[in-house]
Design a protein around this ligand. Structure first.
Ligand code: NDP
Length: 310
């Protein structure tokens, strides 16, 4: 029986592991096969404490090493279910089960991709899912943003500060983003161009970096190649919560937590992007990982004090 099992392998999971390890709870971290969002990015310039920036993969690796230094144990395994049994939880990974008094879910959210030729090949070499992370690299360059929601508007605003030109490509003739964000974008005609009713069909490059995107107008079927240095995908995120049965999710499948990272189940907490549809920042992920860990520690203390710790 573990005091704490943490599900995930991103910065929120490592932070929760660090805090619970330092609280002597010997956390077990079960990490799935997919890389976390930070490991997919390059330079992170907005994580406090790194005035020269830090590589996303290094940040995550170091957080993991820090947690391991204090005794966190890591295993690879995709958790398939979390079920309540008496006053603890049973987690299944293929044929193995783990029992835990508390569970911290840090499974993240995966950026939706277009699944078009060149997208994977140039991921991290011009194709990105985070303008907030990469915008500063686009000084005097041309960036394409795909999408018509608030994320696309935000990504475009972030890029506008640096890029020579931002081209928003949207599959409809109206944005679904909030009015205020749309208005802000539409005013910036000096550097922002909007291409409506159009999808991106291919990312092209020179073998090293992106050099353009191929597009197709959905009304006229006209195909074009647009020269650019990068393509930012802002077509939504998919929270990795599909394996959860008894946890309350919102309409977009994000886990609903309270201000203390509690889910609807006693002793089960959630942190990072799987419960955050708004901020999705490395530092907020780490912050909620810390909150969840402290609450898990308090819950264990409560079990011990009330004689329910078995
Ligand atoms: P949304 O789901 O709101 O928007 C996704 C956009 O991507 C839509 O315009 C959609 O097109 C388009 N899209 C989806 N799939 C494809 C595809 N396969 N090909 C081309 N285009 C596609 O996601 P967001 O991430 O923008 O926002 C998620 C939530 O987070 C929203 O509730 C939003 O308000 C919120 N948010 C709030 C922010 C803020 O308040 N500052 C900032 C960012 C997000 P279509 O319109 O045709 O469906």
């Amino acid at each position: 029986m573990h005091d704490v099992v943490i599900i995930g392998g991103g910065i929120s999971a490592h932070t929760a592991a660090l805090y619970t390890a330092r609280a002597n709870l010997k956390p077990l971290v079960l990490t799935g096969p997919d890389l976390d969002q930070l490991s997919l990015t390059t330079t992170v310039e907005n994580y406090p404490g790194f005035p020269d920036g830090v590589q996303g993969p290094d940040l995550v690796d170091n957080a993991k090493k820090q947690a391991q230094k204090f005794g966190a144990e890591y295993k690879t395994g995709l958790v398939e279910s979390v079920t309540k049994k008496d006053n603890h939880y049973v987690l299944t990974v293929k044929d193995t089960t783990y029992e835990a008094r508390t569970v911290i879910i840090c499974t993240g959210a995966s950026a939706r991709l277009l699944k078009i030729p060149g997208e994977q090949e140039y991921f991290g070499k011009g194709v990105s899912t985070c303008a907030v992370c990469d915008a500063a690299l686009y000084h005097d360059k041309i960036a394409v943003v795909v999408g018509g929601g608030d994320s696309a508007m935000e990504e475009s605003l972030a890029l506008y500060k640096f890029a020579k030109k931002v081209i928003i490509i949207h599959r409809k003739d109206t944005f679904r983003a909030s009015k205020i964000m749309q208005e802000r974008i539409k005013k910036l005609t000096d550097k922002i161009e909007i291409i409506w009713d159009t999808t991106v069909t291919e990312v092209t490059g020179d073998g090293k970096f992106v050099t353009g995107v191929k597009t197709k107008n959905l009304k006229t079927n006209k195909e074009e190649t647009i020269a650019c240095d990068g393509m930012f995908l802002a077509i939504g995120h998919i929270p990795n919560t599909g394996f959860l049965n008894n946890i309350t999710l919102d309409e977009h499948k994000y886990i609903i937590t309270d201000k203390k990272s509690h889910t609807n189940l006693e002793g089960v907490y959630a942190a990072g992007d799987c419960q955050d549809s708004v901020f999705k920042q490395a530092v907020t992920s780490a912050g909620t990982g810390c909150q969840a860990a402290i609450e898990a520690e308090r819950y264990i203390e409560h079990l011990q004090a009330s004689g329910e710790y078995k």
